[in-house]
Design a binder for this molecule. Sequence first.
Ligand code: CP
Ligand code: NVA
Length: 306
Amino acid sequence: MTDIRHFLDLDVLDAATLRRILDTALALKSAAPTPARLPGCTLAMVFEKPSTRTRVSFEVAIQQLGGSAIVLDQGGTQLGRGETVADTARVLSQYVDAIMLRTSAPENLHEMAAAASVPVINGLTNDSHPCQIMADVMTFEEVKGPIAGKVVAWSGDGNNVAASWIHAAVKFQFELRLATPSSLQPAAGLLEWASANGGQVSLSDDPQAAVDGADCVVTDTWVSMGDKDAEARCATLVPYRIDTALMARAKDDAIFMHCLPAHRGDEVDAAVIDGPQSVVWVEAGNRLPAQKSILLWCLGQDGDDA
Ligand code: CP
Ligand code: NVA
């Protein structure tokens, strides 16, 4: 057992901790200037895959908290020449106060966390994207109030972002209705975990039924970083596109979310993502206070006055 505060996935963090991180993020958004609670702290960010939002929001977050960031692209480090993740973790732990990793294989994240003596943050793997979904739940609550008991509908690929929405549905107690093609469903174990933990998470191949009366409609790219079968995926996913007709089945005041980057005309029509129900820019902006709050929690500086 370790008492290092890793932020690896929403399913392994307790609901009270996640609620506290979320509430701190909301408070930080309205706190100006950001209290410099991490003076002299350094965050290393290791990217095996591209990033705009995660990279910039973490870098600005640590700067505004009084610290600094170092960005390491895989190709520019010895990781790219075969140095192990564990050895990299042991070394980086002696220079920096926290490590954020974006990687394909979740095993790399767990290897990093097992070997590091500082907190490790999941900046996206092929299996999950927990930092994103903290900003998403924050966005829902900022715009519409408490998420508990509300209905969120996912239409599209049952991918890493969908997985973290499943975790969030259990931890924040909202209903999640997923509609995915049978070939692109989330891992069965995720649904079993949700059910075993009292979650209201359902899965079908019917986007209309999923979206009917929902408070929030969410989707993501049809082709995630590293996916090889782009053409087949896009063909399979056409019925799951969020267009104005599908969006109209949700509540009149429903919101539309997308973690970005978006592909207009594929997973969402421009009329929806650029329309009045879309909150995607608030959502992207909320990555910043959400990352600040995650950093404060990881580094034990998440006091009530944060
Ligand atoms: N949503 C998200 O994580 O975006 P980036 O890939 O740009 O970080
Ligand atoms: N599902 C997408 C999310 C990008 C932020 C991907 O993994 O590429």
